[in-house]
Design a protein around this ligand. Structure first.
Ligand SMILES: [Zn+2]
Length: 381
C-alpha cells in the first residue's frame, strides 16, 4: 500500500492502514521517507559460527572441495575468532532488520553473543555421526549438553533443538535414534549431486571424501533412492523439520516434503557459489511445499541478507509471484522457526520492522525489494 502507516504500541503492532484512513490511534508520527516498510526478515538457515571464515574458503572447485576446505579451516580455528566473527555478523543482521534466525551450530561456542543480540533465535545443535557404533555416545552427550544450555539460555529468547548434518554424514542408525529422541529439527537435504550419487550408488566424490577422513571402512549400504525418499524412510521428515536446500529433488520428492509438513529453507546464493543446482522452485510451489529462505554461512556467501536470496530467485524464476518470494523471506521463515508473532505487518504481531530506503519515488515497491539493490535497515522504536 502506498503511503501506509503502521501504529505501534510498545512492542506490538496495533493498527495498519493508509495515511488517510480513519481509525488510526493518536500518537507521535514518524515519517520514514521514501522506501518500503516490511516485516523484519527471517533467516531460517545460517551458521553464525562460520562467519570468521568469510573470504577464506575457496568456492571455485565445487561442493565437496569446499566441504574439504571448510573442515580443514575449522580444525585450526580458535574460539575467540569464532565469537568475534559471529558477533560482527549478528550486528549486521540486527542493523539490517533481520528479526529471527535459525542458527546451525556444531560447537556452540558463540551462544553468549546471541543472548545479547536482540534477534529471536532457534539454535539448531547439529550433530555429525557417520560411525553407527558411536550413536549412543554422541546422542547421550548431545542431550546432556542441550539440557545444560537450555538452563543457561533461559530468558534470552533463544532455544536449542537437536539437528542432523545430512543423510550422507549421519548414519541411518543415528538418524533413527535422533527421531526416537524427538528430532532432528533441521537437516541439510538434497544439496548436491555428490550426496544424491552417494545415496544412490555408494560411490563418487563423497565416498572419496569419507575415505580421506579415515571413514572409508565404515559399512554403508546405499539405499538406492533420492535423499528425500531416504530421509522419509527413516522417519526424519516430520512437521516442523527445517530442511535446507532441497535442490536435488523431483516432483515425487516435492510432494513428499509437502505431505510431511516439512519447511524447506532455500539458500540459492550458496547453491550457486558452490556449483550446485538452483532449487526447482515452481515444482515446489506446485506441490505446496512450505518454503522459507536461508543464506547458509559467510563461508559460502557474501552476506546473511535473505532479501538477496529472494532477489536471486526473482531473477531465476521471474514467473514466480513477487509476494510469494517476499513471504518466504518473512512469514515463511517465522512459521518454520515457530515465531508466530513475526513475519507480517498486522495488528497483534510483534513490531519487528525493517525499512528499505529508496532515492526515488517507487512505482513498484515489490520489484524494488527484489531488485538486488534494496538494503533494509532495522526500524528502531
Ligand atoms: Zn548449512
Amino acid at each position: 500500500m502506498a503511503g501506509g502507516r503502521v501504529a505501534v504500541d510498545g512492542a506490538q503492532i496495533v493498527w495498519v492502514g493508509a495515511a488517510d484512513q480513519p481509525g488510526a490511534p493518536d500518537g507521535e508520527i514518524r515519517d520514514l521517507g521514501r522506501g518500503v516498510l516490511l516485516p523484519g526478515l527471517v533467516n531460517a538457515h545460517c551458521h553464525l559460527e562460520l562467519s570468521h571464515l568469510y573470504g577464506h574458503i575457496d568456492r571455485s572447485h565445487g561442493f565437496v572441495a569446499w566441504v574439504r576446505a571448510l573442515v580443514d579451516a575449522r580444525r585450526v580455528g580458535d574460539s575467540g575468532r569464532v565469537r568475534s566473527g559471529a558477533q560482527r555478523a549478528l550486528r549486521d543482521l540486527f542493523r539490517g532488520g533481520t528479526a529471527a534466525l535459525g542458527d546451525v551450530s556444531n560447537e556452540l561456542q558463540h551462544l553468549g553473543v546471541l543472548a545479547a543480540a536482540g534477534i529471536r533465535t532457534v539454535i539448531f545443535y547439529e550433530l555429525i555421526a557417520w560411525e553407527p557404533t558411536k550413536t549412543a555416545e554422541v546422542l547421550e552427550a548431545a542431550l546432556h549438553r542441550r539440557s545444560t544450555l537450555e538452563h543457561s539460555l533461559r530468558g534470552s529468547g533463544a532455544s536449542v533443538r537437536l539437528a542432523a548434518h545430512a543423510p550422507h554424514s549421519v548414519s541411518a542408525e543415528f538418524l533413527r535414534a535422533l527421531v526416537a529422541a524427538g528430532g532432528p529439527a533441521a537437516i541439510h537435504l538434497a544439496e548436491s549431486a555428490a550426496e544424491s550419487r552417494f545415496l544412490l550408488c555408494g560411490d563418487g566424490d563423497w565416498r572419496v571424501f569419507l575415505a580421506e577422513r579415515g571413514l572409508g571402512q565404515v559399512a554403508f549400504h546405499p539405499p538406492g533412492c533420492s535423499p528425500v525418499a531416504y530421509a522419509d524412510s527413516l522417519g526424519v521428515l516430520r512437521p516442523g523439520l527445517v530442511a535446507a536446500h532441497c535442490v536435488e529433488i523431483d516432483a515425487a520428492d516435492a510432494r513428499t516434503l509437502a505431505e510431511r509438513g516439512v519447511h524447506v529453507a532455500l539458500c540459492p546464493r550458496s547453491n550457486r557459489a558452490l556449483g550446485n543446482r538452483m532449487p526447482p522452485l515452481p515444482l515446489m510451489l506446485e506441490a505446496g511445499v512450505r518454503l522459507c529462505l536461508g543464506t547458509d554461512s559467510l563461508a559460502s556467501v557474501d552476506s546473511l541478507d535473505v532479501l538477496q536470496d529472494a532477489a536471486l530467485l526473482h531473477r531465476e524464476f521471474p514467473e514466480v509471484d513477487a509476494h510469494t518470494l517476499l513471504r518466504m523471506a518473512t512469514r515463511g521463515g517465522a512459521e518454520a522457526l515457530g515465531f508466530d508473532e513475526l513475519g507480517t505487518l498486522e495488528p497483534g504481531r510483534r513490531a519487528a520492522l525493517a525499512f528499505a530506503p529508496s532515492d526515488v519515488e517507487l512505482e513498484d515497491p515489490l520489484e524494488f525489494l527484489l531488485s538486488g539493490d534494496a538494503r533494509t535497515q532495522r526500524v528502531a522504536l
